[in-house]
Design a protein around this ligand. Structure first.
Ligand code: GN1
Ligand code: MG
Length: 370
């Protein structure tokens, strides 16, 4: 059987990586793609690259994914170059093309791969530790959105159509409950009920979008805490990564996902729900960091829904985990029995915690966003 190293060596040889392959090892904790770092000897100096799959069951059009990423990262590097930023190479992902210039490689098993320059001397965090981190991360995503406000050219591809369409996510859950292919619905009635009790939440932003009151922008759409690389030396956010879902959307989906992943002290799959809570000081730090970076383009309607967006995103991702549990764990990678169910219950606990503090969150936004 082929080892990871053999497989990665073979993948690496297809890209414009010209050193001698030394070693490869898995990195990253994503639920969708497989990610490896690989070292190459460039005449006595070790250079590290990232080779990563693009899950084409999740992203039906990997070519479109890479086109989006290429446009966005080029735009970002051009702006950094304009500012004569000497760290430009670490502040943006850099796509390394295949030998023939294509942005991806499809191997003999049909798996799509892409290659990036590895960003060194930086770390990502899975759980929040300090208020400074929350502020830094929110600032990084705010600046990322700001940078894309005037991306020239045609609209970006929608790499996963209706990705944050909460109504469709809700309806899909109800459909899966009805079909119940694994006979799991009966054992999770309480979780299903939790969602049904909050059906009104799913249409709030969609209604604003259809009335033209919420702008269509370019957003990251996966603004987890651990998709921002923090510089080891300075503690500053150096680079926003995981650009697969960069596409048109509402900035509120991005802010909400920050609230989801950066205000709870526990991991997304923590089973001890007493540890799962929305910490108001972390929320305030997110608002501060985000407002500073986004105030120039944010509309009043966007600002007024910042607190709400946290609740929506926790509910929406929770619905997706629950759907996947009932369907038989076909979408998110799982590493233990009932993993998706644990994740769903965790997210619903966060929804409840947000509901308890909704007024305080709204007044924090009013106080800080001036
Ligand atoms: C997935 O693979 P990862 O961890 O980057 C998912 C996100 C979810 C997240 C939950 C394309 O992202 O939408 O919020 O898991 N990405 C996709 O942790 O579905
Ligand atoms: Mg992702």
């Amino acid at each position: 059987m082929k080892t990871d190293a053999d497989r990665i060596r073979q993948v690496g040889s297809k890209f414009q990586v010209h050193g001698r392959f030394l070693r490869a090892f898995p990195i990253g904790r994503g639920h969708i793609n497989d990610t490896f770092a690989a070292d190459y000897d460039y005449g006595g100096r070790t250079v590290r690259f990232v080779h990563q799959t693009i899950n084409h069951h999740v992203f039906p059009n990997p070519v479109a994914v890479m086109e989006n990423i290429d446009r966005v990262t080029r735009h970002k590097r051009a702006l950094l170059a304009e500012r004569e930023d000497t760290e430009a190479g670490r502040k943006s992902l850099t796509v390394i093309p295949k030998l023939d210039g294509k942005l991806y490689y499809q191997d003999g098993d049909g798996v799509y791969w892409r290659t990036y320059i590895f960003i060194d001397r930086a770390t990502t965090f899975d759980t929040i530790e300090t208020l400074e981190q929350a502020e830094t991360v929110a600032g990084a995503y705010g600046r990322f959105q700001n940078l894309l406000v005037d991306l020239p050219g045609k609209r970006l591809h929608e790499t996963i159509p209706d990705f944050h369409h909460a109504r469709k996510r809700f309806d899909r859950l109800m459909k899966v409950v009805e079909d119940d292919p694994m006979n799991r619905a009966a054992s999770v009635r309480d979780a299903i009920q939790f969602v049904q009790d909050r059906e009104d939440v799913v249409d709030v932003l969609l209604d604003l979008i259809s009335k033209g009151e919420l702008p269509d922008r370019i957003t990251h759409n996966d603004t987890k805490l651990n998709n921002v690389m923090i510089d080891d030396a300075t503690g500053e956010a150096i680079c926003v990564v995981d650009l697969d879902t960069v596409m048109p959307g509402s900035v509120l989906y991005d802010f909400g996902d920050m609230v989801r992943t950066a205000t709870s002290p526990a991991l997304e799959d923590e089973r001890d729900l007493s540890k799962v809570k929305m910490q108001l000081p972390m929320f305030e730090a997110l608002v501060k960091g985000y407002w500073e970076a986004a105030k120039d383009f944010l509309t009043p309607v966007e600002r007024d829904h910042l607190a709400f967006s946290g609740k929506l995103l926790c509910l929406m991702i929770g619905m997706r985990f629950l759907t996947d549990h009932i369907e038989g764990d076909v979408y998110f990678k799982t590493h233990r029995e009932d993993h998706n169910l644990d994740r769903a219950r965790n997210q619903f606990k966060l929804v409840s915690s947000i509901e308890e503090q909704a007024d305080r969150m709204d007044s924090a936004v009013r106080d800080l966003c001036v």
